[in-house]
Write a protein that binds this ligand. Structure first.
Ligand code: NAP
Ligand code: MG
Length: 485
């Protein structure tokens, strides 16, 4: 490795380094101030990261634009090989990346290892793409008509704090495979694994400026991705309100966007289902990552005839969730990301507007801990039933019959995910087709596989990531007619 800049660029490194407090941003000299990275399990400072300024961002975008011509010209098989080499290094660094995520984000060590493994898997999956970006030859008179899948140029990827590694990989892996260069802004709170991934890309032989990570503020770095004309597409994952701003801003340049936004997903439990299994798994469908998951099944709808029995089974299941130091192998849930997020989450529960049915345990003392909490809304207009809490709070309501279940599930501006529990195949087919959401699972809570498409209906987003078709979001179709004479 020739240099250690997380931004992957010699220009920044050669400005003379200011090796301040950080062990993670060795050799950088970004001028957008600094950010103290807090360990959410202990509320202690982990390290300090330098942030990119507007000037740093412009310079990185311009270098990424300059690197585009040579990156797209790399032979398809060689581009694939470089991505597989990158995947190998991510795999070799799995434990290091996982430990970083535990300390930076409070993720359980089991989840964090899976997340680093997901980056490896997504790189491997899309490493086959450069050689398979196959166009069409369309029969026409007087010549030959051919389509090409052309890369766009510089892609700007904006990542939230809840899944720093996977969401970064879902953007950069297909973007790079298709021949684009990438500038990526991690969330200000969680930059550490992205910085390390950029170092690994360089070590793998991906040329400087092809994949640049820019720690920085959304209002500066992220916003510049939207306004800088050399950034041809923005992939944004985060809140619906910032997504709306990005969509408005992108209109000025008719800039391509993919948006993955919030969710308020339903877990629909029919009386004919395996109620024991539905209740035992429901906590993990919402409390994983302390509920800071856009796919969290935060509205449980239970058929009225089994409502009491379901709640009776849910209580011990919630009490059994292991909310402990996320570094311990048996941890099932860690802390929230920040003190602020804990305030936001508790605002949905404290006071007399909400009936708390029961709660699980959480450690006392330092760290941003919040116990798994089950609430019983008084009506479907309650704030806790309608808004994304993004914390370990789940609401339970009864329904009567299939039509009511579908109507209640769809009574939301969101449409990301959801689960349906039934043993009746016909009902599973009908309800899964009727629920307005991009990712559903029947008799399970799975949402994300790298080989299948992921994304939202309605205000949960625009476009799809992952799966066989994601390359289309990182290429433009070009049609060329070659005349016979
Ligand atoms: P957020 O405020 O929308 O931030 C997401 C990312 O956008 C961060 O990197 C943030 O940077 C950046 N950003 C903020 N303002 C920006 C602007 N004006 N222009 C460009 N970029 C900007 O969301 P969050 O607080 O990190 O995450 C929580 C929310 O994200 C939840 O509501 C959740 O629903 C949603 N989310 C959705 C998905 C999904 O796949 N659908 C996944 C994860 C999260 P800073 O960190 O510097 O502010
Ligand atoms: Mg925010």
């Amino acid at each position: 490795m020739t240099q250690l800049s997380p931004t992957g660029n010699e220009f920044v490194a050669s400005k003379g380094s200011d090796l301040t407090t950080s062990t993670f941003t060795r050799g950088t000299n970004l001028s957008g101030g600094t950010h103290e990275v807090i360990n959410p399990a202990t509320a202690t400072i982990e390290t300090t990261v330098e942030l990119a300024s507007l000037q740093d961002t412009d310079a990185a975008i311009e270098r990424a634009a300059a690197a585009f011509a040579s990156w797209r010209a790399v032979a398809p098989a060689d581009r694939g090989r470089l991505l597989r080499r990158f995947a190998e290094l991510v795999d070799a660094a799995n434990e290091e990346l996982a430990q970083l995520e535990v300390r930076n984000s409070g993720h359980t060590i089991g989840n964090a290892r899976w997340e680093a493994g997901n980056v490896r898997d997504v790189l491997n999956y899309y490493s086959a793409a450069p050689e398979r970006l196959i166009g069409k030859q369309i029969p026409v008179a007087g010549g030959i008509d051919v389509t090409f899948a052309e890369p766009l140029g510089v892609i700007g990827i904006i990542v939230p704090w809840n899944f720093p590694m996977p969401i970064a990989g879902w953007g950069f892996a297909p973007a790079l495979a298709a021949g684009n260069t990438v500038v990526l802004k991690p969330a200000e709170l969680t930059p550490l694994t992205a910085i390390r991934l950029a170092e690994l890309a360089l070590e793998a032989g991906i040329p400087p400026d092809v994949f640049t990570v820019l720690p920085g503020k959304g209002s500066i770095v992220g916003q510049r991705f939207v306004t800088h004309p050399a950034v041809r597409k923005v992939c944004f994952t985060g809140s619906t309100s910032v997504g709306q701003q990005i969509m408005r801003g992108a209109a000025d340049q008719v800039k391509r966007i993919t948006l993955e936004l919030g969710g308020k997903s339903a877990n629909i439990v029919f009386a004919d289902s395996d109620i024991e299994k539905a209740a035992a798994t429901a906590p993990y469908g919402v409390f994983d990552n302390a509920g800071q998951d856009c796919c969290a099944r935060s509205r449980i709808l239970v058929e009225a005839s089994v409502y009491d029995r379901f709640l009776a089974l849910l209580e011990p299941a919630v009490a059994g969730v292991q909310v402990i130091d996320p570094a311990l192998p048996e941890a099932e849930m860690g802390p929230l990301i920040s003190a602020r997020q804990r305030e936001v989450v508790s605002s949905y529960v404290e006071g007399d507007s909400v009936d708390v049915a029961f709660r699980g345990d959480a450690p006392e003392g330092p760290g941003f801990w919040y116990p798994p909490t089950v609430v019983l809304p008084r009506s479907t207009s309650d704030r806790v039933w309608r808004e994304e809490v993004f914390g370990p709070v789940v609401s339970v309501l009864p329904f009567t019959g299939e039509a009511d279940a579908i109507a209640k599930a769809n009574d939301t501006e969101y449409g990301l995910s959801g689960s349906i529990w039934t043993r009746d195949l016909g009902r599973a087919l009908r309800v899964s087709r009727a629920v307005e959401a991009g990712n559903l699972s029947v008799n399970s809570h799975s949402s994300v596989r790298y080989s299948t498409p992921f994304g939202g209906f309605k205000q949960s987003g625009i476009g799809r990531e992952l799966g066989p078709d994601a390359l289309a979001a990182f290429t433009e179709t070009k049609n060329v007619f070659y005349a016979n004479d």
